[in-house]
Design a binder for this molecule. Structure first.
Ligand code: AMP
Length: 412
């Protein structure tokens, strides 16, 4: 046996129904908020993420499945969707094609992380992005939609956390204030934090090492260092969240692990998930489109982890059961049984049929296990009379029905 690669997983029948249900709910919510679906390749140029996600991020430095292809090009399996969405937006000039560019996408992402519950190396995300709108009402709408998605999936217990990380103008000042506040205590931080304090001090807030916590807790808050524009924007976002009756908590520690965020950041945390409790996260990234070679357009979006959403969902509907199971009695009836199965399927009925010439008992057992509502039995006698014996599996009742009328009479 050659097992699956560590950190990857199969989604098997029995579980896939939960995924399909989640995708249906999400598609429905996206449509109601005006989003259109897009699918981009899972493989992209490595440069897209180095420039987009950011050279100093853990994702780019440590986690990418990057390699040189046979043509000598540096490529990577995508670790996240936003840079690809920006690339597609720019490459196809989507702002000319669509009235408002609101896009969503489902698909696998790849990160070489340490696998644990709720964290995989191949995982799936719903990605939602809006381009070209700077107004704070959109930030609130996007956040409200994220909350609506979680609610729509029946996930009861969750918490919405928001913050503002400032923009290109005010963030450097905040970074400096962080370093000043750290002062000598920098040497007490873990190795990761010390490295972060040199490359991107905001990232220190992501640290989970217990010894760092008292130091991190005493650091200044980004919201105290916002420029006028960012402060007004953030106030407008939180006011609008209140107008939308959306409970939220402002957390100065919510800086998110990616370089491109500006102004609003947010996450929805699930309460029953353990350490990996972020159901979704996102924020505004107003400089990213230009940074990736496009026009100067605003952007905002979020990504939700499908594995975590599915895990947090309550027990949903199970697999659907077949409408009919066709049983052939005797060798001669087998071809006719398959013709009957074809007719039922063409009439829109989910139908199973056996392929090996087994006893009536064995076929009935299999039919029972399949959960089929009705079993249709075809033997030499039935064929001679132009009939089918129909057994209702719930009541156990059995009746002969004319072959030509079986679809109409039994399933009509
Ligand atoms: P990020 O793209 O890191 O902002 O993550 C957005 C969401 O994707 C998170 O809130 C998680 O729900 C999910 N996610 C991120 N990384 C993983 C992973 N390695 N395994 C499973 N889900 C993940």
């Amino acid at each position: 046996m050659i097992p699956a690669i560590r950190g990857t997983h199969d989604i098997l029948p029995g579980e896939i129904e939960r995924w399909q249900h989640a995708e249906r709910v999400i598609r429905d919510v996206c449509a109601r908020y005006g989003y259109r679906e897009i699918r981009t390749p899972v493989i992209e140029r490595e440069e897209l993420f180095a420039k987009g996600t950011g050279e100093t991020t853990d994702i780019v430095q440590k986690e990418m499945y990057a390699f040189e292809d046979k043509g000598g090009e540096r490529v990577t399996l995508r670790p996240e969707a936003t840079p690809s969405m920006v690339r597609a937006y720019v490459e196809h000039a989507l702002e000319q094609a669509l009235p408002t560019v609101k896009l969503f996408s489902f698909g696998p992402m790849f990160r070489y992380e340490r696998p644990q519950k709720g964290r995989y190396r191949q995982f799936h995300q719903l990605d939602v992005e809006v381009f070209g709108v700077s107004d704070a009402t959109l930030d609130a709408e996007v956040i409200e939609m994220a909350a609506a998605l979680v609610r729509g999936l029946g996930i009861g217990e969750s918490e919405l956390v928001v913050n503002s990380v400032g923009c290109r103008d005010c963030r450097p000042g905040f970074g400096k204030a962080l370093l000043e506040a750290l002062g000598d205590r920098r040497s007490d931080l873990c190795g990761n934090c010390r490295r972060r304090s040199e490359t991107n001090p905001l990232r220190i807030f992501d640290c989970k090492v217990p010894a760092c916590q008292p130091i991190v807790d005493a650091l200044p808050h980004s919201t105290d260092y916002l420029c006028d524009g960012c402060r007004e924007h953030f106030a407008a976002v939180t006011d609008q969240l209140k107008a939308l009756d959306l409970d939220h908590r402002v957390s100065h520690r919510l800086v998110r692990g990616l370089d491109y965020y500006a102004k609003t950041t947010f996450e929805v945390l699930g309460s029953a998930l353990g350490a990996q409790n972020a159901l979704l996260g996102g924020g505004r990234y107003d400089g990213l489109v230009r940074q990736l070679g496009g026009p100067d357009r605003a952007g905002i979006g979020f990504a939700a982890g499908m594995e975590r959403l599915v895990l947090a969902m309550p027990e949903g509907p199970g697999a659907s059961t077949p409408d009919a199971f066709v049983v052939a009695l005797g060798e001669a009836a087998r071809p006719a049984a398959h013709v009957l199965a074809r007719d039922l399927r063409h009439a829109g009925l989910a139908t199973l049929v056996d392929y090996d010439a087994r006893s009536l008992r064995a076929q009935m057992k299999r039919a029972d296990r399949s959960g089929a509502r009705r079993v249709l039995i075809l033997g030499d006698d039935e064929i001679a009379r132009g009939e089918v014996t129909v057994k209702d599996m719930e009541s156990g009742e059995q009746a002969a029905v004319a072959r030509a009328e079986v679809v109409q009479r039994v399933f009509g």
